[in-house]
Design a protein around this ligand. Sequence first.
Ligand code: NAP
Length: 277
Amino acid sequence: MDLSDLPQHIGFVGAGNMASAIIGGLLDAGVSADRLCAADPSAAAREKLESQGIALVTAQPAKQFARADLIILAVKPQFMADATASLAPNLGPDCVVMSVAAGISTPSLKTLLSRPSLPVVRCMPNTPALVRAGASGLFASDEVSDEQRRGVEAVMRVVGTARWLTSESHIDIVTAVSGSGPAYFFAFMEAMIAAGERLGLDHETAHQLTLQTALGAATLAEQGGEPIDELRRNVTSPGGTTERALASFEDGNLSALVDGAMQACLDRAREMAEEFG
Ligand SMILES: NC(=O)c1ccc[n+]([C@@H]2O[C@H](COP(=O)([O-])OP(=O)(O)OC[C@H]3O[C@@H](n4cnc5c(N)ncnc54)[C@H](OP(=O)(O)O)[C@@H]3O)[C@@H](O)[C@H]2O)c1
């Protein structure tokens, strides 16, 4: 990652979980707190920002936000109208705005901010960003320059990996894959821990072995250089124990179950997009 691509001044509107993850990543990467400003109505959120030395911390975006090259909107979708109303008069002329909120389209963001040709990026991050292991999908409106793209990407790379999407509709698919994805793996791990206990292990042993197996499998898939299906075959000896377990998954039609769950997630993301415009 090239930190020189990072925008010089970055503003945050909403400083909850997701903004905190990004701010923490930027500070850990060596970005000076002088380059950051943030607005959040929550006193607790502002106290945390002040303790991190953030240059300007306010309840609502203030006129100094106009110097930000990038503003990150990190509020819940239902608060986006309020957040954009207070940001609009304080937006600099060359600013790119990135929203991490689900369901609010780039045309809606331009309308909310009263700037028809505003460069806008939508980002779908996920919670592992809190430990710098996030996965984000990014979509840029036509107005976003190459330099702004590099800047946005550099910001999201401080908290994990980031991929550009060619269509805004793919943001909802990213929600179904990686946005909600951590919960799928958590649910699978919970089921494995419960089964390990039912079979006779104590909770702590089942918990630790399950977590390390998930981490080890993901690390091997990332670093092993072999395709995932090959890695699966490598641990599946003919007539052996793993083969019996995988056959049981097949009997339960695991692939169809996953496919149905992700379709349900996508459908809900589209419904929410209609609700929030
Ligand atoms: N967390 C995730 O995994 C994840 C993943 C993908 C996308 N997202 C999206 O990221 C966005 C933020 O999520 P989050 O988990 O960080 O939410 P969060 O922890 O609730 O943070 C949002 C913050 O924004 C503040 N806020 C509310 N209205 C505001 C306004 N008008 N101006 C400025 N700040 C305002 C809230 O203050 P109060 O608490 O006082 O209301 C809160 O501190 C959401 O749209 C969510 O859909 C989150």
